[in-house]
Design a protein around this ligand. Structure first.
Ligand code: TMP
Length: 237
């Protein structure tokens, strides 16, 4: 399989065609952004870690019945994926209070919720990805009610699977973001699951091992990304 025509560049990835129709080459970049693009930088070898973590996580999800766009890995920072008709939605799952929810609801960071929280956000950079509910998604034609029910159910299922997957590596899955698309009428998990899109804390010390180190200028950013990959490799040989 070879890399073909350039299609699209996002904040963290570049997409190319391949010689197979409907199959795309996803290159993970080292570029990092935060605060809706206001803060920019580079995290050394982030693309390598994120491609490898996404491949491992998506293989684990597939093995447990969650359909994903993953086809395979073709380079240290390159995955092959099925083209999806992406929903203009982000699904965020939260187990522990952190990030925007701490501010919105006046919570103490680190408080464990009684039940996981599932949230929907509109994918719109100009608006800063606002929080929406089912009615907004339906009214704006972003998805059918059946699809909304499905992405929420998949969000909860992925959360349960990944809490265990990361716990085996002594990592607490605080919260994370998923993106879904349609493939021949079926809802399929797309995009990535990485330290860019998850909050992961060390189980013992609660040290942050994710993009919050970049967002909050905590230092040790590269080391944290490498540590997550190292632990996942050790825990899931
Ligand atoms: P938040 O607390 O900033 O709303 O983020 C919740 C989780 O979703 C966190 O793990 C980071 C992830 N996330 C993304 O991956 N991309 C985004 O655009 C946003 C807003 C959050």
């Amino acid at each position: 399989m070879s890399r073909g025509e350039f299609v699209y560049e996002g904040k963290a990835k570049r997409i190319y065609r391949t010689d197979e129709a409907g199959v795309f080459w996803m290159e993970f970049k080292d570029d990092a952004t935060a605060m809706n693009g206001l803060k920019r930088g580079t995290i050394g070898d982030k693309g390598v870690v994120n491609a490898e973590v996404t491949r491992r996580v998506f293989q684990h999800l597939e093995a447990n019945g969650v359909p994903t766009h993953l086809r395979g890995q073709v380079g240290e920072r390159d995955l092959l994926v099925d083209g999806l008709e992406m929903l203009k939605l982000e699904v965020v799952m939260r187990n522990i209070a952190a990030g925007s929810l701490v501010k919105r609801l006046g919570l103490e960071e680190g408080r464990a919720f009684r039940e996981p929280i599932c949230e929907l956000y509109l994918k719109d950079d100009d608006l800063g990805d606002p929080l929406i509910n089912d009615d907004h998604a339906l009214a704006l034609g972003l998805a059918s009610q059946a699809e909304i029910d499905q992405v929420k159910a998949l969000g909860r299922r992925v959360n349960a699977l990944l809490q265990g997957y990361f716990a085996a590596a002594d990592l607490v899955l605080v919260d994370f973001k998923l993106e879904f698309g349609r493939r021949a009428g079926e809802i399929v998990l797309g995009d990535e699951v990485t330290p860019d899109t998850c909050r992961l804390w060390d189980r013992e010390t609660r040290r942050k091992l994710d993009k919050d180190r970049f967002r909050q200028d905590l230092g040790g950013v590269e080391e944290a990304y490498q540590e997550v990959l190292r632990r996942l490799v050790a825990a899931h040989a």
